[in-house]
Design a protein around this ligand. Structure first.
Ligand SMILES: CC(C)(COP(=O)(O)OP(=O)(O)OC[C@H]1O[C@@H](n2cnc3c(N)ncnc32)[C@H](O)[C@@H]1OP(=O)(O)O)[C@@H](O)C(=O)NCCC(=O)NCCS
Length: 172
């Protein structure tokens, strides 16, 4: 039996202070909780301090309502040398009807860092099930996709002269 702790679930009640102007839960409030659960999942797995290197493929599939009970299900899908991909699925439950909905998903890349603030090695992932194997392979592929997207995006970079907006107006 593996002693690795790869998954972490966090359940939070959506309170009125999280609402946006439309009365739904603010996307930013969800992002903060997503970052917290990814941090806790990766830090517990790696047994070290971790930092967020990237967040991608964020989808907001359904609005989340104030009063709903939201569970953030985080899992270490893939481990490189110092980085870990943590997938998070968000399920919102209506407390009256018990209806549960998949509200959001995303992928974090968390990097373990040592005392010097430099990346440090993380434990290899023990793959125990077919699902874990598939998650690992998908995470590995997404890591390659991220590098490719980053390179292609770098090539698209447009330099905006300092002190100007893109339309040529002066800033400030
Ligand atoms: C993340 C960070 C430590 C990486 O440092 P670095 O000098 O690029 O380190 P490396 O090139 O050795 O990369 C280390 C690992 O991070 C991964 N990585 C680096 N930049 C990444 C990015 N933008 N997205 C995803 N993964 C990334 C690399 O693939 C590598 O993974 P591996 O060891 O499993 O192969 C550095 O970019 C950093 O400190 N960023 C700021 C993070 C931060 O402040 N987060 C909070 C934001 S609010």
């Amino acid at each position: 039996m593996s002693r690795q702790e790869k998954s972490l679930y966090m359940t939070v009640l959506m309170t009125p202070d999280m609402a946006n102007f439309a009365g739904k839960v603010h996307g930013g409030a969800l992002l903060k909780l997503l970052d917290q659960v990814a941090y806790a999942c990766a830090a517990r797995y790696a047994k070290s301090y971790v930092i967020t290197a990237s967040l991608d493929l964020v989808t907001f599939r359904q609005p989340v309502e104030v009063g709903q009970l939201v569970t953030f299900m985080a899992n270490v899908n893939y481990v490189g040398t110092s980085s870990m991909e943590v997938g998070v699925k968000v399920v919102a439950e209506d407390l009256r009807t018990k209806e549960k909905r998949h509200a959001s998903s995303c992928f974090f890349t968390m990097v373990a860092v040592g005392e010097d603030g430099r990346p440090t090695t993380v434990p290899r992932l023990d793959i125990e099930t077919d699902i874990e194997q598939r998650l690992f392979e998908a995470g590995k592929m997404r890591k390659e996709m991220r590098k490719e997207v980053q390179q292609r995006n770098d090539a698209l970079h447009v330099r905006i002269p300092e002190g100007q907006t893109p339309s040529g107006a002066a800033t400030g």
